[in-house]
Design a protein around this ligand. Sequence first.
Ligand SMILES: [Zn+2]
Length: 349
Amino acid sequence: MRTEKTLHGWPYFYCMRKKRNIHVSYGIGIGSGERDLVIIDVHVHPLVSETQILEEMDKAGVDRSVLLGTDTDPLDVDKPEIKEKMRKRFNSSKLYSHPYFLFFHPIEEGVKRFFYALINQYPNLKNSNLDVAELVEKYPNRFIGFGSVNPNKGEEYVEEKLREISRLNLRGIKMLPTLQFFNPSENKNFERICEYCEKNGKILSYHTGCDPGPWEIPELSEDANPKYLKPVLEKYSPTIILTHTGSYSALKPGLWLDEALELGKEFENVYFDSSAASHVIYQKKVVERIRESFGIERLMYGSDFPVVEGSNMQYEVNVIKNCQYLTDEEKNMILGLSAAKLLGLEGAT
Ligand SMILES: [Zn+2]
């Protein structure tokens, strides 16, 4: 465990996703990569410098990365309805008094500490819409930019952010019901974002499953259960990628896999990435279920770099390359062909 480095008294592993469970970190298996296929990483956070991201991509043979912005405000947790929801969920969890989660007591303060630790851990963090657009402008052949909109702000704020996303020519929008404290079936602004994406051909990268820090408590991540998307998707049809396929969780890997696959079966505009959940998804049974229910072409490679402890882009690429349950054609679709199609990059890579 990497507990040696602390920032303002905060062990930095609170900001990392844990590969298996919160007590164990894993070794990295690295193989060699061929250069005959297009690899697109649909899930990268610009938390470290662009040089580090590009180096990481080169090591893994990744041609292009989708950089995801995040528009979130830790102080939203002080809104009475959010505070009440968070407290209720945290207090109802069996994990409430687990030593790991004592750091997050009381939950509204714990959430704020999580964000401050994140900022301290990643001083080069560049995840505003403008930051992401600048990175894309600098490396147009390597980066694809997705912005983000905080859905807890007023209607005017949301409209301004949507105009900003159009103006900056960002290709999609990243939304996280966890770190942005919202339930998609109860949030009007989220509906508006879905409508905007549908009308403007933007792709929604939507977080499903648990998240680092306090959100490793499944009750606290409840809003990120894919089932809550159903009412919105019955109204609007944005192209939506369910990141982690509802499966990321250190404590309960695969927790909402069923709900995610169910949504994929019902809506043909629903896609998936395997970031932080490759150990769940690339198993024989799961691969077969995906193949039979809607097809491997809707599953895409994502690394979640740099936030998964014990993992990196190359590791995740190799998990797919070495998966014995996929055909070569399917591996190529997952690693880049499907993303190229979705992002309109065919022929451009
Ligand atoms: Zn992520």
